[in-house]
Design a protein around this ligand. Sequence first.
Ligand SMILES: Cc1cc2nc3c(=O)[nH]c(=O)nc-3n(C[C@H](O)[C@H](O)[C@H](O)COP(=O)(O)OP(=O)(O)OC[C@H]3O[C@@H](n4cnc5c(N)ncnc54)[C@H](O)[C@@H]3O)c2cc1C
Length: 356
Amino acid sequence: MAVIGSGPAGLAAAAQLNYAGHLVTVFERDEQPGGLLRYGIPDFKLEKWVIDRRVALMQEEGVTFKCHSNVGKNVKISDLMRQFDAVVLSGGSTVPRDLPVPGRELKGVHFAMDFLKQNNKRVAGKDFLANADIESNILPEELLATGKNVVVIGGGDTGSDCVGTSNRHKAESVTQFELLPMPPKDRTDIMPWPTYPMLLKTTTSHEEGAQRHWSIATKQFIGDDAGNLKALKVVDLEWTTPAPGQPAKFTEVPGSERDIPCELALLAMGFVHPQQAGLLEELGVDFDNRGNVKAEEGKYATNVAKVFTAGDMRRGQSLVVWAISEGRECARKVDEYLMGSSTLESKESSILMSFQ
Ligand SMILES: Cc1cc2nc3c(=O)[nH]c(=O)nc-3n(C[C@H](O)[C@H](O)[C@H](O)COP(=O)(O)OP(=O)(O)OC[C@H]3O[C@@H](n4cnc5c(N)ncnc54)[C@H](O)[C@@H]3O)c2cc1C
């Protein structure tokens, strides 16, 4: 069994398949296993000894980890397809959403993951400027928020992690922008229990200090003569819903355009889909209409024989719990494919079901 990608989906799939008695090798292009658990989420939210302990247990149980193995680049997928009876694609959703407004090319405008990944490596005592050749988004320059006016563009978990990291770097100021209006603190009539409520989330990073703005758009990055970012041109937005059930629309608030000092802008607007060039295109997997690897929920099989997929690579950017769940469910499907049936637990076949 080959598992490509060692984030929570890949780790969960590998652990379960190993438990079922298969020989499992995990291929990871980065220096260490863990995916976004290690290189996205900062230590102040998840200390890395937790991942190290789990990986060590898995190694003792027989799982092989091959790091610095970028499948589709320095490891050929055709070799893996020949050598392994089944392949699980769990490479995550790694292409970040960009903000293609004037000035995007200025020095000081960066994707959030470039900043967070470098900091996670710095905290781990690793050479964070090395390995630029493994498509790990690492830039050959040091990114520090120290003494800078930082604006984080994007109001989600990634943005919140940038806020916490910038404060730890001792930024001059930290501001977070969100295009959408401020969500309510409590459920409203349009999000009754048990639907998933879109409520205001205030994290410990926000509590540590940040200015938060909602309904605001960045129209331009403004630079100095040397090409360094010095300000953002922003505008307030007014959101309206044309009719119930129709998507909300925004218009710019007249006269609200202004420049905000900023020497470091971090783009944390989510991820569009997995990296398609290389491994995925070479394999010939189908993509869904969002650009993720296509495989039905509950089946996890792609259109390519013996190739399965799980986690953010299949469902799009999501949560750790979903990645773990998908990895476990996918493992059962792979086990069924290889053995004809499976005794691995799944959501439909769990010992917990007998207590219901
Ligand atoms: C900054 C940040 C903060 C987040 N905070 C939270 C949070 O607080 N709570 C939460 O629940 N979720 C959070 N998430 C989301 C969560 O981290 C992801 O949903 C989850 O990690 C997805 O797991 P995965 O295994 O599918 O992919 P990933 O964790 O992305 O792992 C994919 C792995 O595959 C490797 N890989 C990719 N291509 C190849 C290849 N060709 N060859 C070899 N290896 C390859 C990558 O290097 C990576 O290690 C956060 C995400 C980010 C970016």
